[in-house]
Design a protein around this ligand. Structure first.
Ligand SMILES: C[S@@+](CC[C@H](N)C(=O)[O-])C[C@H]1O[C@@H](n2cnc3c(N)ncnc32)[C@H](O)[C@@H]1O
Length: 243
């Protein structure tokens, strides 16, 4: 019998935010393939999973996925595609040998997650192999919870976007929606903060760093992110809610 690939959302950091199902699947799978963003770096998702599940009897494969912009409908960077292909090939080898594989991924797999690119690659190479997606607590909900505010209520329109959009598109989105979640903000604060200032939205914005992780920080004055040595961590999300 063939094994199953489980793409497991492990939540934003605090292992207590992992679902019972995520824990059960991770316990059951003897092979884990965990994503690493930097060559020779650590896997955040793996660290979260290990906070609950003993890795003692696991075969742990860490796999480097380069962090490069991916535009839907366009051919991905060859280095990125190579990483997806190599991960899928390794996973296929285990599944065909009858071993289940877990792919722990930060937050929820449905939101800007490498897990789905790996799934799509696997479907293309071996469409008959079974895959299950285990949802997780996303940084989006966890950031709102940490900030003690809702994302949307009543007839609010909510949108989630990468803050790496160019300013024109950011402005348009901020104008159109009542509540805007900006992810991947850490490298663009120098243009995002002035834009929010021009649009009189600075007092509607909250920056949540490292939600539910050690070092969690909530900033309501986003201009502090422009100070030297005060740039936000990669794990940072901004919520702009107008009402
Ligand atoms: C590649 S996306 C992954 C999102 C993830 N799949 C999720 O559902 O939360 C990475 C972005 O998620 C956000 N993020 C992830 N973990 C976070 C955390 N603990 N606190 C705040 N933002 C976080 C940041 O905006 C970061 O740039």
């Amino acid at each position: 019998m063939k094994g199953t690939l489980y793409v497991v959302g492990v939540g934003p950091g605090d292992p207590e935010l992992m679902t019972l199902k995520a824990v059960r699947i991770l316990e059951r799978c003897k092979v884990w393939l965990a994503p690493v963003a930097k060559k020779d770096g650590e896997s955040t998702a793996l660290g979260i999973a290990e906070g609950v599940v003993d890795r003692g009897d696991k075969e742990i494969i860490t796999h480097h996925f380069p962090m490069k912009k991916i535009r839907m409908g366009q051919i991905p960077d060859p280095e990125v595609k190579k990483a997806w292909d190599a991960a899928a090939v390794q996973i296929i080898g285990h599944l065909q040998a009858g071993r289940d594989v877990a792919f722990p991924t930060l937050g929820d797999p449905a939101i800007y997650s490498t897990g789905f690119y790996v799934c799509e690659t696997l479907f293309a190479l071996a469409p008959d192999l079974p895959v299950e997606i285990i949802p997780g607590v996303s940084a989006i909900g966890a950031s709102a919870a940490a900030a003690g505010q809702p994302l949307c209520l009543g007839d609010d329109r909510l949108v989630v976007i990468p803050a790496t959009f160019e300013n024109g598109r950011l402005r348009e989105t901020l104008e159109q929606f009542d509540s805007v979640v900006l992810m991947k903000v850490h490298r663009v604060m120098d243009r995002l903060v002035p834009l929010l200032g021009e649009m009189n939205l600075l007092d509607k914005a909250v920056l949540v760093e490292r939600t539910s992780q050690n070092g969690q920080r909530i900033r309501r004055d986003l201009t502090t992110a422009l100070q030297p040595n005060n740039a936000p961590h990669y794990f940072s999300t901004i919520i702009v809610r107008k009402s």
